[in-house]
Ligand binder design. Structure first.
Ligand code: ADP
Ligand code: MG
Length: 238
């Protein structure tokens, strides 16, 4: 209705797609459990950022999303918080079967930052987060993945190496995030990303985040997402 479009305009949010959920105003509107609410408060997050206001209800409803907002706008929590809910919704957690949440990021620094954010929100739960990327011991990462986890944060090349080594299985992976998709393309990871996506069950939920949306990224998104909702905040570069 009018109220919703006014509110979106206030936050500089634009959406496209079918049946787009309403943006929220407060974290309380997400229906998060008390432990997750406490973890959010502990981070000092008082209210959701604009991308979070619109992305959280979309992702929590199980929809695929293309989220475009500039660096520093809070995209990480927009995919990490619903991932925790998604994992806790699974009937049982059997770490040996491999991760439920798979996050791909273009660089090890970024993968490490996401790992730290995911750890903060996993803390109240018995959710194990692993990070795997180049420049660190593949053998150690192999052992860690063999021990099992619910969430893996990875750079594409290293994840493919570890999949080839059978360090993990993707049978449980139902929540796939491609973060900083534009940089992933700039760094030439498109083939690796496609290979990873091809190894994850098609009934997954897929989330793609980017600061800019060049045509190649948009095309990949349209290929690998199902009925996605596209959300942009502010001006979008190509
Ligand atoms: P992006 O991925 O869009 O570049 P980040 O997820 O890295 O942005 O978030 C940028 C900064 O904003 C981080 O320091 C993060 O802890 C902080 N942040 C995220 N969400 C909120 C919020 N709702 N309130 C206050 N700070 C937040
Ligand atoms: Mg980010």
């Amino acid at each position: 209705e009018q109220d919703v479009s006014d509110y979106r305009r206030t936050l500089a949010i634009r959406v496209s797609g079918i049946d787009v959920p309403k943006p929220i105003k407060l974290f309380q509107d997400c229906g998060f459990e008390a432990p997750l609410m406490s973890a959010i408060a502990k981070q000092g997050y008082e209210k959701p950022t604009p991308i979070q206001c619109q992305a959280l209800p979309i992702v929590l409803s199980g929809r695929d999303i293309i989220g475009i907002a500039k660096t520093g706008s809070g995209k990480t929590a927009a995919f990490v918080l619903p991932m925790i809910v998604h994992i806790m919704d699974q009937p049982e957690l059997g770490k040996e079967e491999g991760p439920i949440g798979v996050i791909c990021a273009p660089t090890r620094e970024l993968a490490h930052q996401i790992y730290l954010e995911a750890k903060k929100f996993s803390k109240p739960y018995n959710i194990k987060v692993s990070a795997v990327y180049g420049g660190a011991s593949k053998h150690e990462q192999f052992k860690e993945l063999k021990a099992g986890c619910e969430i893996v944060v990875a750079t594409p090349g290293r994840l493919i190496d570890l999949l080839k080594m059978k360090a993990l299985r993707m049978v449980r992976a139902t929540y796939l995030v491609l973060d900083e998709a534009d940089r992933m393309f700039d760094l030439g990871f498109e083939p690796q990303v496609r290979s990873i996506v091809g190894q994850i069950r098609p009934d997954r939920q897929t989330l793609l985040f980017s600061a800019t949306m060049p045509y190649k990224v948009e095309r990949l998104a349209r290929e690998i997402l199902t009925d996605p909702i596209r959300v942009t905040v502010g001006e979008v570069g190509m």
